[in-house]
Design a protein around this ligand. Structure first.
Ligand SMILES: Cc1cc2nc3c(=O)[nH]c(=O)nc-3n(C[C@H](O)[C@H](O)[C@H](O)COP(=O)(O)OP(=O)(O)OC[C@H]3O[C@@H](n4cnc5c(N)ncnc54)[C@H](O)[C@@H]3O)c2cc1C
Length: 620
């Protein structure tokens, strides 16, 4: 341990993760905190990190208030409807009222936004989406962050948050390591904005073996946005609300532009509109929610899953009609080239030309990410002017740990904010964090060398486990003394897939299997103390799986707590196979006691702050 170099950094604001939310937080911290020291620590390199690394073809959250296209109230109604009634309406409204200004800045910074030639407005893909030439989206927002920060630490993975030892439940910074040099990094900070992204690879993916990295959600998104706050006792919400995506098979290429802009549609192998076949079946589970317009995404998934289970697959996207139009054909391909090149490559390798053959669709394994189309994340305070008392405790987007803020995937209850909304939420956090510091709330923070040294031992233990344990190996990779990160990951994925509603059980779970999962996850946690890492890259893999395991425990606890099937198509509680508004029209909130590792769960009221007198008319 003595030979590992330690770097110390003292700052006002530490932004953990420089993805969409993190770049927004870094940029805005400088705006409000002119004289403050602002640091961003990023696991990869912020020029190409996070879910937007490869680029995007559409900004999925833009109101268009300047042209009265949508108002924040419309957005809340839309998100609430898609999530079967459940969003934090204060947070959703707050993100919506600020999001347009963030998009206007993107354009100012050089992001090419497509324009409708007739109206001069941004080219709409759907009611909420605008189309962009977005291959360089991430480098553009990264540049704004780089110009704003005192320093960006690339290749530093944050493993733990530091807690103030002078004042209970207050943040004191974070620690991590540089995965290229192996150095230990200590960041003492007055406020921490957690923007470390959601979680892929909790559940066994459809692509296994050599194709394992080919998932819909970025394989490098390991749920640190949740694991870091869970570990220090921050409350979490709606962690059961995982997302399953209907996407093009094998490449997971996006379908949004296809449905909305190309007006393609789905059918079963016999050329039938299968969705309507499952109307009565769905109504028996969710009642009148099936009649909502647009139909909630999970219910469309449900029809897909049922039809496939009943032998009606494969399900196809009907592209052959739209692709006869050369303009639409170009858009169909460009859509992938700007953000999911892999799908074009998969089609080429499988000899699929969507002009002459309707490509197959599939449903993905579940992911947990609170900025896309589901609600999972930290239980954060809302804005003062909107939030009822149960949703407000001082600073907008502050978690239940003082001085710890969350944006993007990290913040719970705000679905459908996507890239632009995550950047916006980062900005909102930054403004609050600066205020928190200026109000004198971060004075007298004490973080002792003992706390820092203890974490140092813990962070690098996998290297030591490996060095000592490898002497016992006579052949192969199986050691009696340690497990490797890939072995731990596959064990985690099997537990989640078998028991918590993965693809292997067609998304089915129940109280008994969830309890078994918790038992197995507990044993896995014990074994993770003996994880072995042969180099710094594997050390990162070790910490990724440790974070994933903690997130998985939280997801499982939440899924067990909510005794209903609220989102058929995302998962099913076989023992409570109906939506139950009488008992479960509420949010779920958990807290893990950092000392004992035990979770406690409670219901929180679900307030509808926006009336629902206006119907949505267009699908997204
Ligand atoms: C496949 C896919 C397609 C999408 N398509 C669209 C679209 O078309 N339009 C749209 O508007 N939105 C889209 N989104 C949504 C958008 O990408 C997300 O909403 C947004 O990126 C979330 O921002 P974030 O900052 O929370 O997470 P991210 O942008 O993923 O950033 C998280 C950052 O944290 C870093 N990090 C992780 N762990 C650590 C750690 N321990 N220490 C330090 N750093 C860490 C990561 O490297 C990353 O840079 C899509 C998302 C996905 C997954």
């Amino acid at each position: 341990m003595a030979k590992i170099k330690t770097h110390y950094e003292e700052c006002d604001i530490l932004v953990v993760g420089g993805g969409m939310a993190g770049t927004g937080a870094t940029f805005e911290s400088r705006y409000w905190g002119r004289d403050m020291k602002i640091i961003c620590a990023e696991k990869a390199n912020i020029d190409r990190s996070g879910a937007v690394a490869q680029g995007l073809y559409a900004i999925n959250c833009y109101m268009g208030m300047q042209w009265d296209e949508n108002q924040p109230e419309d957005f809340v109604r839309y998100a609430r409807n898609d999530l079967m009634g459940m969003v934090r309406e204060d947070l959703a409204y707050d993100a919506a009222r600020h999001v347009d200004s963030a998009v206007h800045m993107f354009e100012e910074w050089g992001l090419p936004l497509m324009r409708n030639e007739e109206t001069g407005r941004y080219q709409r893909e759907g009611k909420w989406q605008i189309m962009i030439h977005g291959e360089s989206y991430k480098p553009i927002v990264a540049e704004a962050a780089k110009k704003s920060a005192d320093k960006i630490y690339n290749r530093v993975m944050i493993t733990h948050l530091l807690m103030d030892e002078a004042h209970e439940n207050r943040i004191g910074g974070a620690v991590g390591f540089n995965m290229r040099t192996g150095d230990y990094h200590v960041f003492r900070a007055k406020a921490v904005i957690c923007c470390a992204g959601g979680a892929s690879h909790l559940f066994k993916p459809r692509s296994v073996g050599e194709g394992m990295g080919r998932t819909w959600y970025a394989p490098w998104s390991n749920g640190s946005a949740y694991a870091l706050p869970i570990a220090v006792g921050a409350k979490m919400t709606q962690m059961e609300n995982r997302i399953v995506l209907t996407r093009f098979k094998d490449g997971y290429g996006p379908v949004g532009a296809y449905f909305l802009h190309l007006k393609t549609y789905t059918q079963n192998a016999n050329g039938e509109n299968y969705e309507e076949k499952w109307y009565d079946n769905t109504k028996a589970i969710v009642g009148e929610y099936i009649d909502h317009v647009p139909r909630p995404t999970c219910l469309r998934n449900h029809a897909f899953i049922q039809e496939t289970a009943a032998g009606g697959g494969p399900i196809h996207m009907v592209t052959m009609e739209a692709f006869q139009d050369p303009h639409l054909e170009v858009i169909g391909w460009e859509n992938f080239l700007g953000m999911t090149v892999g799908q074009a490559v998969v089609w080429a390798s499988q000899d699929i030309d969507p002009k002459y053959q309707n490509p197959e669709l599939t449903t993905s394994e579940p992911y947990v990410m609170g900025s896309h189309a589901t609600c999972s994340g930290a239980w954060v305070s809302g804005p003062e002017d909107l939030s009822p008392p149960e949703y407000f405790w001082g600073y907008n987007r502050m978690m239940t740990v003082e001085g710890l803020f969350g944006a993007g995937d990290a913040a719970g209850g705000t679905p459908h904010i996507f890239s632009s909304g995550s950047f916006t939420e980062g900005r909102i956090c930054a403004k609050s964090a600066v205020q928190y510091i200026n109000d004198g709330k971060a004075q007298g923070i004490k973080v002792t060398e003992e706390q820092i040294d203890n974490f140092k031992t813990e962070v690098f233990k996998p290297l030591e486990n490996y060095q000592i344990g490898r002497n016992e190996i006579t052949a192969g990779t199986v050691s009696p003394s340690y497990i490797l990160p890939i072995q731990a990951l596959q064990r985690l994925q099997k537990i989640m897939d078998d028991y918590v509603g993965g693809i292997g059980t067609n998304y089915m779970t129940n109280g008994n299997t969830l309890k078994k999962a918790l038992k197995d996850l507990g044993i896995l946690q014990e074994d993770l103390e003996h994880i072995g890492a042969e180099d710094y890259h594997q050390l990162m893999r070790a910490w990724e799986v440790k974070h994933r395991a903690l997130v998985s425990q939280c997801v499982t606890e939440h899924t067990l707590f909510r005794e209903e099937t609220r989102w058929p198509g995302y998962y099913y509680r076989g023992d409570f196979l109906k939506l139950d508004d009488d008992n479960w029209h509420c949010l779920t909130v958990s807290r893990r006691d950092p000392k004992t590792g035990k979770f406690t769960l409670e219901k929180a009221p679900l307030y509808h702050l926006i009336d629902d007198d206006k119907d949505e008319t267009e699908a997204s």
